[in-house]
Design a protein around this ligand. Sequence first.
Ligand SMILES: Nc1ncnc2c1ncn2[C@@H]1O[C@H](COP(=O)(O)OP(=O)(O)OP(=O)(O)O)[C@@H](O)[C@H]1O
Ligand SMILES: [Mg+2]
Length: 383
Amino acid sequence: MRSAKLKAREELAVAGLAIENLRKTYGALSVLHGVSIDIEDGEFVILVGPSGCGKSTLLRMIAGLEDISAGEVRIGGVVVNDVEAKERDIAMVFQNYALYPHMTVAHNLAYSLKLRKVPSAEIAARIRSAASILGLEKYLDRYPRQLSGGQRQRVAMGRAIVRDPQVFLFDEPLSNLDAQLRVAMRAEIKELHQRLKTTTVYVTHDQVEAMTMADKIVVMHDGVVEQIGAPLELYDRPRNLFVASFIGSPSMNFIRGRILCGAFMGQNGLRLPISDAAATAFEGRPVIYGVRPEHFQLTSAGREHSVGVEVVVTEPMGSETQVVVRAPEADNGRSAEGNKDLVCVFRERITARPGDTINVVPDADKTHLFDAESGLRLVLDIH
Ligand SMILES: Nc1ncnc2c1ncn2[C@@H]1O[C@H](COP(=O)(O)OP(=O)(O)OP(=O)(O)O)[C@@H](O)[C@H]1O
Ligand SMILES: [Mg+2]
């Protein structure tokens, strides 16, 4: 059933999505301030960002459910700003499923095709195919109220699949599910994408979903794009403090200070290692030092760059141990800001108790430096 359309699509290879300088205002309120994202045909793109930053608004504008105040949305090179939602060949899956309660699963799946006057034999074939992809064959005669949350979510996805659209939009589709079901559905969606290769834009608050499902992550903040890149690119080279603190859980630790004599000297009195190249390039510069919790190692007192810190809380997770530590009181009486607790994650089990001192050392080559004023990542020329 898909073959003719798939073939046409392969020949044209045009279902990419271009979002160019998109703006959205509600009266005097501006919520998107010029968002540009290039999405290639078949790409799986994930939008992340704090609540209220404009993710759903952006999806709804792509879908044609919100007017575009300025800028352009193009699908396969064609500007669709003025194309009605139902003509856009886009299927959207919402967080709350939005199934028709008075219709069976089969009717829910068929509904949009009937509206489009698709012949009934083809509707039946598409439903069969979607139901088999999603494991819904047994439930076709049930009503939504007779299904579990995960099954309802699959029906919502099935409604998108039967349409065989050029673009899928997902707005936090798994956020109502329990942890186990989320993991299972995450794998299903990923497999589905590998099979159908439909261009997809997916919104989530879940770090693991973002890191594991995306070809490309878009980090948004207050209606602007902060950075776009492959998951590990954002993780390894966040371009500013916002992205550095947003990507990764638990968050990166930040310490304010200065590069002095080949190391970082924090306002909290901690002297921490940096790469040799950074030491040469940024000597004397006021910076914010960033180190991810998992880039601390346990060490022993007296080893080079080891710092003694006081254990505040230990959180054994089984596979790893999260430990909140506190730098010893700086004897220079610096501000409280310089003295924030640090979070470390160790692969090994920790026997230390609150109040004990442990020695830790960050991996110098995995530390990050940001300009103290602008918050932008300090980049070495050689990169
Ligand atoms: N119809 C509307 N009128 C006025 N303001 C709106 C309207 N719809 C959304 N907004 C505002 O636009 C901003 C972006 O909202 P949006 O729903 O896109 O955020 P979001 O990133 O999806 O957040 P969340 O993660 O909580 O779902 C918010 O400040 C919201 O209050
Ligand atoms: Mg939203």
